[in-house]
Design a binder for this molecule. Structure first.
Ligand code: P6P
Length: 335
């Protein structure tokens, strides 16, 4: 049986081989992984840990916060603030950025996260996850400001998620492909279980919330309608549909077996470009998908090329199997 490779050994060897992971970034990723282990433990307790239900507060998005949303956010802040690898953090659950307190050394990285994505699934025991993105802070000695976070996704130096499902699996890229690590609860460590993850360029599976169909723009309606016509329609094949309402779980399926995930703009809130957040959902997931040979656009441009203007800005998301994403994107330019 092949010797198991821990996350620590993988990161050390990646650092040694191609220098993609400076020691400070390796430390950051190990701290984030340890925080995800703690979050997984809290999630797995469920009702026994008194962590289900709402916290009777709203986040910056105006969404009711779950108790675990706040717990996960606090775990990530407390795990990362003292290590000396970060200058500041940003979270879906916090209005503004979080500067590393002066009592701790300042690092050169910025960490952004959705501490518990898919939290509407928490109380019904369906997979949820933590999404994270790492940027470098601009050079210079001045203090970090919110504007320093507003970097396009192609400037990320690391991105990943941890899915809390039947297994707890950490999925990571530092720009040299995608690797997956499964939590070995007996050892308490993440073990390499997949590397060089590849998304098939074609698929027969789409993920979208069909209840919003009447609100979609024409290009999305055309694409889904053609899928629903199956063999007899213009696609000449039948399609399957999945929608877990947890981006981490849907993206993990796509990284594992292909598919296309869509959360497009719709007429319900015409002034918002979409529901999902650019900085700590679409950018990290978009980079992971691209690193696995897939594609990620907002219907009109590559997600990683979008210049952010606000920390919590939203974006329309179409990502997954390259040929399907290209097709949906082409429909947006032909209609
Ligand atoms: P809907 C979870 O709240 C989330 O941000 C994503 O994880 C998920 O893909 C989407 O929203 C689900 O949205 O409108 O289907 O509940």
């Amino acid at each position: 049986m092949a010797k198991s490779i821990s996350l620590t050994r993988y990161l050390v060897e990646q650092q040694r081989v191609d220098g993609l992971i400076p020691s400070q970034l390796r430390l950051l990723l190990e701290v984030v992984a340890r925080a995800c282990k703690s979050i997984s433990h809290a999630v797995n307790k469920g009702a026994l840990g008194g962590v289900l239900g709402t916290a009777n507060s709203e986040n910056v998005q105006g969404e009711i916060q779950k108790k675990l949303d706040i717990i996960a956010n606090e775990v990530l802040i407390e795990a990362n603030e003292w290590g000396g690898h970060l200058a500041a953090m940003a979270s879906e659950e916090m209005d503004g950025i979080y500067l590393v307190p002066n009592r701790y050394p300042q690092g050169e990285y910025l960490l952004l996260f959705d501490p518990l994505d898919g939290s509407s699934n928490i109380d019904v025991n369906v997979s949820i996850g933590t999404i994270f993105s790492v940027l470098k802070k601009p050079d210079g000695d001045r203090g970090v400001e919110e504007g320093d976070f507003l970097q396009p996704g192609h400037q990320q130096v690391a991105a990943g998620y941890c899915v809390y499902g039947p297994q707890t699996t950490l999925v990571l890229t530092v720009g040299d492909g995608v690797a997956m690590f499964t939590l070995d609860r007996e050892q308490g460590s993440f073990v390499l279980t997949e590397e060089n993850v590849r998304i098939p360029e074609d698929t027969k599976e789409f993920a979208i919330n069909m209840s919003n169909m009447r609100h979609w723009d024409e290009p999305v309606k055309r694409y889904i309608d053609e899928c629903l016509q199956g063999k007899e329609g213009p696609r000449g094949k039948d399609f399957n549909m999945r929608w877990i309402a947890s981006m981490v779980a849907d993206v993990h399926r796509i990284l594992t077996r292909g598919g296309v995930f869509m959360y497009p703009w719709d007429k319900r809130e015409p002034n918002k470009p979409g529901k999902l957040r650019l900085m700590y959902e679409a950018n990290p997931m978009g980079w992971l998908v691209e690193q696995a040979g897939g594609a990620a656009t907002n219907g009109k441009q590559r997600i990683l090329d979008i210049q952010p203007t606000q920390l919590h800005e939203r974006v329309s998301v179409i990502l997954g199997s390259k040929n399907e994403v290209d097709r949906v994107t082409s429909y947006h330019s032909t209609l």
